[in-house]
Design a protein around this ligand. Structure first.
Ligand SMILES: [Zn+2]
Ligand SMILES: [Zn+2]
Length: 259
């Protein structure tokens, strides 16, 4: 149970400073709870912070499905071997599972205008990115274009808010690397995906996206960023459109993975 307390103390700069002094990277994702606690200390009570569930092994190395049995190694899941649900997505990874405290944070960020969460959530995303991809594997990072009706009173893309201020990655080997919200656009409004079946989601979202300048995307390896991976229908449709426009590969990173 999450108490829903949302504390908002000014200034959390010291947290990232402390963090960079530590160096105990062994297994990707292993240190995520401590990282999460540091980032979210200004916003959550000490009890809720411990409710974070990191995205961790064992998961499908391709689609990122978390295996029900929490023992054993990462492998490829049955559907990915036989009949992938989201065939256009290369690989999918997340920060944590979509439950408890992470679910509340995402909802506060999306629906309650807690924009002060954009930077700490963005740092969680960036850590997951660096844990799961190497320099040279990705050329371009794009947010999923704004969706859902709520957009009309938000007026901005929250996935974009989380990634637009990522520190310069060139220093650690990411060359000719672009983070932009202009690669993929939404060309028509669609009904919210929530409450729809997988088939309905696929139909609802089909033809909603467009690549404005295909020439600039030719042979790029793209990472799509969104808040939650539910069925993957929206992300898969974005990937389909990008691949059709000449993109080489589309991977996916989300804050949360629905169980
Ligand atoms: Zn609490
Ligand atoms: Zn899979």
């Amino acid at each position: 149970m999450v108490c829903r307390a949302f504390l908002s103390l000014p200034g959390d700069k010291t947290f990232s400073m402390e963090r960079s002094c530590k160096d105990e990277e062994e297994t990707p994702g292993k240190d995520f709870p401590a990282f999460f606690s540091n980032e979210m200390a200004p916003f959550l009570c000490p009890s809720c912070i411990t409710d974070f569930v990191p995205f961790s092994a064992p998961f499908c190395e391709k689609c990122g499905t978390l295996f029900k049995s929490r023992e054993g190694k990462n492998r490829i899941c049955g559907p990915c071997l036989e009949n992938p649900r989201n065939p256009y997505i290369g690989k999918a990874r997340s920060v944590g599972t979509y439950e408890k405290v992470l679910m509340n944070l995402i909802q506060a960020f999306k629906y309650k205008d807690k924009n002060q969460l954009a930077e700490p959530l963005g740092r969680l995303l960036q850590k997951a990115f660096l844990d799961n991809w190497s320099p040279g594997e990705i050329d371009m990072i794009l947010p999923v274009p704004l969706h859902r009706k709520k957009a009309r009173h938000r007026g901005f893309n929250q996935s974009w808010l989380m990634i637009r201020n990522w520190p310069d990655l060139e220093q650690i080997g990411f060359k000719d690397f672009l983070i932009t919200h202009q690669g993929l656009v939404r060309k028509r409004h669609t009904e919210p995906q929530a409450g729809l079946s997988r088939i309905q989601r696929e139909e609802n979202i089909q033809g909603a996206f467009e690549v404005l300048d295909p020439e600039s995307m030719t042979s790029k390896r793209v990472l799509l960023v969104d808040d939650v991976f539910t069925t993957g229908a929206t992300l898969n449709e974005c990937a389909r459109v990008l691949l059709k426009a000449g993109v080489l590969r589309v991977d996916v990173l989300t804050l949360a993975r629905a169980l």
